[in-house]
Write a protein that binds this ligand. Structure first.
Ligand code: ATR
Length: 273
């Protein structure tokens, strides 16, 4: 663990990142000496900014769009969940100066579902919409939670098949088109970026039953298009990705500082702020 105090999130653009607000609250809450800033790295200058940050004594970095794959390539060592994701959102140096890469997104999703919202994933039938980077980033922890089955549905079916191949040894994973899906599912997770544009994949009403929990990995001040769709079909719960965002940050804080912050008050403050 580092005794450094400087931490940051690197991305491009980075102006709207909530990570500084989240980590600053964690630092206040735990009494840890953490200063957390934003770094906007030029698109061609990610590696240089990361190397400079650590050579100046920085303690750890979060990495966001569009640099998560580059961060994976830059890390000397990866956790298993980062290796599965093929992407890194948390960097730090070990005592020998080797750059360590982890991906806390999936752990954040699973904790938000299971711990914050009492959603049972063990034995559940889970539908995941989308097969891009956001979905790949969470599959290892999701499969580790022991669902009976995870079905990945995507507009471009080849990408869903590719994820099934990549994660075949980690759990029961199947690919489907949206049209061929047979519901209802216990949990439906939207990992497409469609919701951000107010769009929805073509989803049958029968995918949602009275006990279905719907989770949109996107978040925003208003109900997402996916959650509005799910709510109108009688979903038991509709959740957005704000809790996942705070939980993935808490996992990073735990890695860097050895303390797990209490996320509940931080989620509530962001929700109300
Ligand atoms: P991210 O890093 O956010 O996952 P991405 O890798 O570009 O971004 O993946 C975006 C995902 O949203 C993909 O699964 C994409 O489907 P395709 O693979 O078919 O492109 C999905 N997506 C985006 N817009 C969509 C829409 N209007 N309808 C259905 N799926 C959509």
């Amino acid at each position: 663990m580092s005794d450094a105090t400087r931490y940051a999130v690197v991305g491009n653009p980075i102006g709207h990142s909530l990570s500084p607000a989240i980590h600053t609250r964690f630092a206040e809450q735990t009494g840890e000496a953490v200063r957390y800033e934003r770094i906007e790295a030029p698109l061609e200058g990610f590696e240089q900014r990361v190397r400079a940050f650590f050579s100046e004594g920085g303690g750890g970095l979060n990495v966001t769009v569009p640099f998560k794959q580059q961060a994976w390539a830059l890390a000397d060592d990866h956790t298993q969940r980062a290796a599965g994701a093929g992407a890194v959102n948390t960097l730090w140096q070990d005592e020998r100066g080797r750059l360590q890469g982890d991906n806390t997104d999936g752990a954040g999703l699973v904790r938000d579902l299971m711990v914050n919202n009492d959603v049972e994933l063990a034995g559940a039938r889970v539908l995941v919409l989308g097969a891009g980077g956001a979905v790949r980033g969470v599959l290892t922890p999701l499969l580790d939670a022991g669902p009976e089955q995870v079905v990945i549905a995507n507009r471009t079916i080849e990408k869903a098949h590719e994820l099934c191949r990549l994660f075949a040894d980690q759990g029961s994973l199947d690919a489907s088109t949206f049209e061929a899906l047979k519901g209802p599912f216990d949990v439906i997770i939207n990992g497409t970026s469609a919701s951000l544009q107010g769009e929805l994949p073509p989803l049958a009403d029968t995918l949602v039953g009275n006990n279905t929990v719907c989770y949109d990995m996107m978040y925003g001040s208003e109900t997402t298009a996916f959650n509005a769709w799910a709510g109108a079909r009688g979903a038991a719960k509709t959740l957005d990705g704000l809790g996942m965002l705070v939980e993935q940050a808490a996992e990073s804080f735990l890695i860097w500082r050895g303390i797990r912050p209490d996320t509940g008050p931080v989620i509530a403050a962001l929700r109300n702020g």
